[in-house]
Design a protein around this ligand. Sequence first.
Ligand SMILES: *Cc1c(COP(=O)(O)O)cnc(C)c1O
Ligand code: SF4
Length: 386
Amino acid sequence: MARCETTNQSNEILAARSEFVPTALSGGVSESAAPQVDWQTAMRRAIRCSDELRRKLGLVETSSANPTGQSEPSTTAWNESDACERPSGKDSFPTFVPLEYLARIRPGDPDDPLLRQVLATPNEDVDVDGFSADPVGDRVSVAAAGLLHKYQGRALIITTGACGIHCRYCFRREFPYTLLGSRNRSWTPSLDYLGRHPEIDEVLLSGGDPLTLADPKLGELVDAIEAIDHVRRLRFHTRMPIVIPQRVTPWLIERLSTSRLAVWMVVHANHPNELDRHVLATIGKLIDAGIPVLNQAVLLRGVNDDAQVLADLCLKLVDHRIQPYYLHQLDRVRGAAHFEVPVETGMQLMEQLRGMLPGYALPSYVVEQAGADSKTPLVDQNKSGQ
Ligand SMILES: *Cc1c(COP(=O)(O)O)cnc(C)c1O
Ligand code: SF4
């Protein structure tokens, strides 16, 4: 069965793509045209199949024989698995790439650093020692259904399993959302837990991606958190402003900037090409409205394991008032081994960056260790003179 091959949907995607993707195939990443559809439409028309992705980018050498399934494409849920590309059924993490992100990928370049983040490859099926389903100990940190409480003073709500893009290196690619996540998007157990724990003064909304919730649903959640007196800060961990910037609606900006809570937003971009002018303009609006925006990145082989690329990323961020926060060592999740950069290399890159960037533009290089009471900084003991 090839859900994304069905004629209607393909035509829709093709039609949509012609609005978004510059026709020039010459070198360099072109700026995409202004987003013209609302974010939920952008979710619905995202590419859900790696063959489709390759074809859109002119990366198909031989036409692969695709049995044409004639099932209707789903129009209700956007993260349903696309059976078109996973013959084994072993992987529960289908392709999902919005056209807004596709527009920033260089056509014809199999090594494009944005493409590498989203294109499933056979490397994912290789089992490597030390790479497991729950590398960061999330399962034991579940304090209530849908809530992780690992660190002092802050707790994380798994608001949803849905994302606006599927990153192949994601440490939550194996997370059993249906077992441990917020069931039916009911946050009652999480909110009850927060109410019982006065020492928690910061709530993180993560997932998945909390900004895949529609405005009314998100509004309810923010209302409920505001009603817990001892909570003072609300933090979003989201990639939506990067992948589908039109998700940052005027309602969202208004709601967050008038909250009684101090709202912080942590976005996730790994390469400067992800930051096109729409993304930067959108984040500028959040910052203008008084919401500080930080960025976290993951150190990824073939994407950003290069001092100049990281420096370009950090400078582009601070040029637009976004502060680099964390550079994460890859979490050793099954299927992502081919993205790993050795820690020694990471520390050398950080050392080079230190010589290239203003102090405030330097992220902290950290790794998440199961059982630790914070992210663990990775610092070169020889260099730090301790
Ligand atoms: C990473 C993480 C946080 C946030 O940690 P900070 O160092 O404050 O950014 C909170 N809770 C969980 C479960 C986390 O994984
Ligand atoms: S957006 Fe974040 S949570 Fe979702 S797949 Fe990418 S890295 Fe994972």
